[in-house]
Ligand binder design. Structure first.
Ligand code: PLP
Length: 389
């Protein structure tokens, strides 16, 4: 049975063309990009070519892109690095309540270290209000952090407005663009964000590689110390193969973005229509301002884990809709911030489409989904409580 993969927000399959770009750097003689000899120079060339492609994807200059081990490290580097580079009297930051754990946990760490964090709420769609951001900024605010697109419910934030609000006050805005890159038109030349986190494996590149964009002249202190690679911001010998793959993935994402997103959006809308016509199935996140590939559903009377496993047994891979915190079995803060209760959070699934999904797969999924929901509701003790008949 072929697996129909509908969990592209978790990770995307490695594009064959990306793999081909990585292979020359995986076997045989591999130089260290910092070495002076020809093998080193060839590795350096691959890293710099990739830097150019990643920069082009987000409208940046190559010297504003710093490779990391992924989106998590890029987010940590941004938050801790912005906090450490701020003047000593600036000990306050504003962070949205719907951030990915990589931002949220870094902010909590800062909170424990004496920083004051204002946790910025969202509306029922998960959207941050620029006016609320503006009123939470203070003279001692070191930075703010609001993501471009939410990884759970897919809602897009009004990033341009948010960035302008911060820029007017001279406060850096960190934006986690891990889910948005390759799907949204990101132009750092136009939108005055200070830093952007990116990750290769969300755009058909390898896992374990990412980048932080830092606007020219922006001050971010390193969090890793060593040989001074990546302009001193991220010490450690570069993952040349991974970076070469990221570069190729970014190049392809830029070139193919329009076709990919319209293909995804058509499948997304078909899934939304086909699933929400069932009783007790609702779409979460913004109905229009959402990622082209994200469908996030609450399925009343059904426990998400069970639904994911039953669908998996039928050959459909989807994600649980509420990323649990690792410490204990609590629903993610994202749905909570949107005003949903724990019961709803545990009944949420995320279906995320990719560029290679076919319309027939989506039709098969809709049928399988309807059958699974019906069966699970018949078995579920919460069925009557949820009022499903
Ligand atoms: N930020 C967002 C919005 C994400 O969706 C993810 C991954 O799920 C990350 C950060 C972390 O990226 P990585 O898996 O590359 O560490």
């Amino acid at each position: 049975m072929d697996l129909v993969y509908l969990d592209n927000a978790a990770t995307t399959p490695l594009d064959e063309r990306v793999l081909s770009a990585m292979l020359p750097h995986l076997g045989g003689l591999r130089g260290n990009p910092s070495s002076l000899h020809a093998a080193g120079a060839s590795a350096r060339e691959a890293v710099e070519a990739a830097r150019g492609s990643v920069a082009a994807l987000v409208g940046a200059s190559p010297h504003e892109v710093f490779f990391t081990s992924g989106g998590t490290e890029a987010d940590n580097l941004a938050l801790l690095g912005l906090a450490r580079s701020a003047r000593p009297e600036k000990r306050h930051a504003v962070v949205s309540k719907v951030e990915h754990a990589a931002v949220r946990e870094a902010a909590k760490y800062l909170e424990k270290s004496g920083f004051e964090i204002t946790w910025l709420g969202v509306d029922g769609y998960g959207t941050v209000d620029p006016e609320k951001l503006e009123s939470s900024l203070r003279d001692d605010t070191a930075f703010a952090a609001v993501m471009w697109a939410n990884n759970e419910v897919g809602t897009l934030q009004p990033v341009r407005k948010l960035a302008e609000v911060c820029a007017e006050r001279g406060i850096p805005l960190h934006c986690d663009a891990v889910q948005a890159a390759g799907r949204e038109d990101i132009d750092a030349g136009e939108v005055p964000v200070s830093t952007l986190a990116l990750s290769a494996h969300k755009l058909y590149g390898p896992q374990g590689v990412g980048a932080l964009y830092v606007r020219d002249g922006g001050e971010v202190c390193p969090i890793l110390f060593g040989g001074g690679q990546e302009g001193g911001l991220r010490s450690g010998t570069e993952d040349v193969a991974g970076i070469a793959g990221f570069g190729e993935a970014a190049r392809l994402a830029r070139e193919e973005m329009t076709g990919r997103t319209s293909h995804e959006a058509a499948l997304r809308d078909r899934i939304i229509a086909g699933t929400t016509e069932l009783p007790g199935v609702r779409l979460n996140g913004h109905p229009e301002r959402r990622l082209s590939n994200n469908v996030h559903l609450t399925v009343d009377g059904v426990e998400a884990e069970g639904l994911v496993l039953v669908l998996d047994a039928l050959g459909y891979a989807v994600g649980k809709g509420s990323a649990c915190s690792s410490a204990g079995h609590k629903a993610s803060p994202v749905l909570e911030a949107m005003g949903q209760g724990e019961r709803e959070a545990f009944s949420a699934v995320r279906v995320s489409i990719g560029k290679d999904n076919a319309p027939e797969e989506v039709e098969g999924f809709i049928e399988a989904f309807a059958g699974c929901v019906e069966r699970l509701r018949e078995l579920s003790p919460v069925r009557t409580e949820a009022g499903i008949s």
